[in-house]
Ligand binder design. Structure first.
Ligand SMILES: [Zn+2]
Length: 265
């Protein structure tokens, strides 16, 4: 079986259709500490919504990972020659939609987030389960998650529900590029990982397949961190994978860079 973990690029603000809400217009602490700066907004279902400010305090949550390897890597979004990345001063919150999750899959997801955290220097924070479907047209701010950017959602689908999972594609992953609450600096937010429940059910029948299933999840999480595909078939970020289960040198370099972005606050 050829497993493809296909690229999914999300566009930024402006085409968001799900879960709109707006909150009060009073002047809050964020405005006072950014006096004179315009507050950035996104439009969700025709309503302008303030982009929530980071809850970080400007210091990294975990040490930066040194670039100890080099090899091919790429980024999905770049701005002024710099990759667009997650804010390393706040946790990468994530939630899991367990609907129709194959038996044995959940430990692989937790192991994959631990692994991506280790190689990126980002801190992942599991918040529990959600009933939000893992879809790429999700809103970046949703009432169910409160006044903040939506956490990464990981969930299950198949080729009938999600056309991009048709055939041998086992997973999809990506994030939205969005400005911070103030200024022009862009960050990744509201990531999505969609896994193919049928492909995973097949993979999880053997130990070799289980290792490959774990690699698919890590590949998709790397997309959430902003990594794109590479030509080098020995890297996990190659777009087709039948045998690679460990990060290559370019993957590791890319993850280190992905975790070394600027802080918002
Ligand atoms: Zn991919």
């Amino acid at each position: 079986m050829t497993l493809t973990a296909r690229l999914a690029i999300l566009c930024g603000a402006g085409a968001l259709t799900v879960g709109a809400f707006a909150w009060g217009a009073g002047v809050g602490w964020d405005e006072l500490t950014h006096l004179g700066q315009a507050r950035n907004v996104v439009e969700i279902e025709g309503v302008e919504v303030k982009i929530p400010a980071s809850d970080g305090d400007g210091t990294r949550l975990a040490p930066r990972v040194p670039e100890s390897t080099s090899g091919e890597h790429s980024f999905l979004f770049e701005e002024d020659g710099e990759p667009v990345r997650l804010d390393p001063c706040k946790a990468v919150s994530w939630v899991l939609n367990p609907e129709e999750m194959p038996d044995g899959a959940e430990p692989l997801i937790h192991a994959a987030t631990d692994d991506v955290a280790l190689y990126s220097g980002l801190v992942f924070d599991y918040e529990g389960t959600t009933d939000e479907p893992a879809r790429f047209d999700r809103a970046v701010v949703q009432e169910r998650y409160g006044d903040r950017l939506a956490p990464v959602v990981i969930g299950w689908s198949d080729g009938d529900e999600t056309a991009d999972l048709a055939g041998s594609t086992a997973g999809l992953g990506g994030s939205t590029s969005i400005t911070g609450a103030f200024g022009d600096q862009r960050y990744l937010a509201a990531g999505v990982v969609v896994l193919d429940r049928e492909d995973f059910s097949d993979l999880l029948e053997t130990s070799a397949g289980t290792a490959l299933a774990g690699a698919v999840i890590r590949h998709e999480l790397a997309h959430v961190l902003g990594l794109g595909h590479v030509e080098d078939a020995t890297e996990l970020m190659h777009d087709e994978n039948t045998a690679i289960t460990q990060w290559g040198p370019g993957d590791r370099q890319g993850l280190a860079i992905a975790g070394a972005g600027p802080c918002e606050s």
